[in-house]
Design a protein around this ligand. Structure first.
Ligand code: NAP
Length: 262
């Protein structure tokens, strides 16, 4: 039997990037997939149902959850909806942009978890994967996005403890710099330098959306049946390599002769 046969996965932000790659992978595993997004940029092409929704609109999310509960009760929730923040000093990051970061990421994740996860808990089964970021583990000039992502990781652990006794697992994936339309916009605008991002990662490259989707699918599915409350970086080694800049950066040993061990 296919891994996600008889499962119904709801994926916020499933119309693009990491969410779309996840929707595609779960469809390949024979899941029924429903995408919640601002616009349908590809969900229907892969056979997913689509609902236009802003995840920060808690009432709209709850109405969709109520409708889906009556039609095909969702068994998996993946909260991918998000917007990357412009790098700004606090003096230049106004409160409306800051509020939007918190609203889309933290409020949106909580609203989706509350509506879909709460119903899963009542039914006694389900699996949730939230999306944080390496930017919520280390720090950078992202004073709205970073704290919102850190809070999502914390929220996920709390919900894992809250709903574990009801048979609902909650895990979190923290992607590194992933080649999605959102990241491309940052690269195109010159706000980010792809070469520098790759060089700062142990694997010396960016992450593909399909690689993040594999981790999400693993945590969402039956192979992770005893895993809850975890935060899994999928970052090509960005987090472990960052501190090496204090020692002159990562070494390039390509072509170096093998000498005796000291
Ligand atoms: P993406 O390609 O832009 O996909 C995100 C999707 O979410 C888009 O379809 C976007 O619609 C939608 N969305 C934005 N705001 C929404 C809202 N309020 N309600 C519903 N849908 C909304 O971005 P991505 O890179 O795949 O990002 C997916 C998630 O991974 C985000 O949470 C992001 O923060 C996180 N992440 C990404 C990276 C990276 O390097 N790409 C790294 C770490 C974490 P629009 O296109 O219309 O805005």
């Amino acid at each position: 039997m296919a891994e996600f046969e008889n499962q119904h996965a709801v994926i916020s932000g499933g119309g693009s990037g990491i969410g779309l790659a996840t929707a595609r992978l779960l469809r390949e595993g024979r899941a029924r997939v429903t995408v919640l997004d601002l616009a349908d940029s590809g969900a229907q092409e892969i056979g997913a149902a689509f609902h236009r929704a802003d995840v920060s609109d808690a009432e709209a999310i709850d109405a969709i959850a109520e409708q889906l509960e009556a039609e095909h009760p969702p068994t998996i929730l993946v909260t991918c909806a998000g917007v990357l923040q412009r790098t700004r000093t606090p003096e230049k990051l106004g409160l409306s942009e800051w509020d939007r970061m918190i609203a889309v990421h933290l409020r949106g994740t909580y609203a989706c978890c509350r509506s879909f996860g709460g119903r899963m808990a009542r039914r006694g089964a389900g699996s949730i994967v939230t999306i944080a970021s390496v930017a919520g583990i280390g720090t950078g000039p992202l004073h709205g996005y970073g704290p919102a992502k850190a809070a999502i990781a914390h929220l996920s652990k709390g919900l894992a403890a809250e709903w574990g006794p009801s048979g609902v697992r909650v895990n979190c994936v923290a992607p590194g710099f992933t080649e999605t339309p959102a990241l491309d916009r940052g690269l195109d605008a010159g706000a980010l330098d792809g070469g520098r991002l790759a060089a700062a990662s142990a694997l010396r490259r960016l992450v593909a959306p399909a690689e993040v989707a594999q981790a999400i699918a693993f945590l969402a599915g039956p192979r992770a049946s005893a895993i809850t409350g975890t935060v899994l970086p999928v970052d090509a080694g960005y987090l472990v390599a960052g501190d090496w800049s204090a020692y002159g950066g990562l070494r390039d040993i390509e072509g170096a002769p093998l000498g005796p061990l000291a």
